[in-house]
Design a protein around this ligand. Structure first.
Ligand code: CUA
Length: 310
């Protein structure tokens, strides 16, 4: 069946359109009901204190008409809702997703299968293009929800769900995990950056590059790298172009290119990174990053190294 859309507000997602149908219909019904309440209150107002109004019992004609009318209204909305659901869920039989997002306690992992880009938390998409998004989870149930880009969708471990995502114009679109997934659920925020074609291509090209090499003269960064590679950091994180290849925690290859850290919780400054490395459990209690009890010198070196990963 071909899906139809009435009075589509240009650039609005189908579900927003449906929302407005409901709002306008509710307003219309409200106005009619209030009008009749006011009209009959005035028309049949008691003329004197001791007047008894005529005692009536029902009116079959009015009752049947109202029943019929409400059934028709509900039926229309049923059809509109089912139609909108079909439009939104119009997923191909053999989906070839543009973007694959995995929910983790408590961060987002993004893979771009067509280009091979791997990103974390800060998700870039091209504006003005419908993106087929594949979602799943690495642990518990999460829920992907960026209201301005489309409907929400649950993310299950061991099961792929699909949803269309569309950013009408370049800009930053914020969202949040909307399924309770543990202590840091409220800090599992989403930042999607929609870019024009050229900027998005540039971003992808940059993300595909291996990590920036460490210059021989930069002793602090060098020290930080040696520390990173010798500590447990390498058991969880990947920094492409180095021996850190694990994929338990976020990919850090271009960490310093991101605007915010910790699933959009804090701005990406050296101070915030240092606080996090010093005691992750204080910043984000329950997070899987343990406290390594680094010395101040180690913190300084590690922060310098990670912040050099542009
Ligand atoms: Cu992830 Cu709530």
């Amino acid at each position: 069946m071909k899906n139809f859309v009435f009075f589509q507000i240009p650039g609005t997602p189908t579900e927003t359109n449906l929302f407005w149908y409901f709002i306008w219909a509710s307003i219309a019904i409200f106005v009619v009901v209030v009008f009749f309440i006011a009209y009959y209150s005035i028309k049949y107002k008691a003329k004197s204190q001791d007047e008894t109004p005529p005692q009536l019992h029902g009116n079959r004609k009015v009752e049947i008409s109202l029943l019929f009318l409400s059934t028709v209204i509900v039926a229309i909305f049923f059809v509109l809702t089912v139609n909108a659901m079909n439009t939104i869920q119009d997923i191909p039989k053999h989906p070839n997703p543009d973007l694959r997002i995995t929910g983790h306690q408590w961060w987002w992992e993004a893979h771009y299968p067509h280009s091979g880009v791997i990103a974390s938390n800060e998700i870039h998409i091209p504006a003005g293009k419908k993106i087929l998004l594949q979602v799943n989870s690495a642990d518990v149930i999460h829920d992907w929800w960026v209201p301005k880009l489309g409907r929400k969708i649950d993310m299950f471990p061991g099961m792929d769900n699909y949803v269309w995502m569309y950013a009408p114009k370049p800009g930053t679109y914020l969202g949040t995990c909307s399924e309770f997934c543990g202590t840091q659920h409220a800090h599992m925020r989403i930042r999607v950056i929609a870019q024009n074609k050229k900027d998005f291509k540039k971003w992808q090209e940059h993300q595909l590059k291996p990590a920036l090499p460490v210059s021989k003269n930069d002793s602090l960064v060098k020290e930080g790298k040696a520390l990173f590679m010798s500590k447990t950091c390498v058991k969880c994180h990947q920094i492409r172009g180095t021996k850190a290849t694990a994929n338990i925690g976020p990919d850090l290859t271009h960490f310093a290119s991101r605007i915010r850290i910790l699933s959009d919780m804090k701005t990406n400054t050296k101070t915030h990174l240092r606080q996090w490395l010093k005691n992750p459990q204080k910043v984000k209690p329950g997070a899987h990053m343990p406290n390594f009890i680094f010395t101040n010198r180690e913190l300084k070196a590690l922060t310098s190294y990670i912040h050099h990963l542009k």
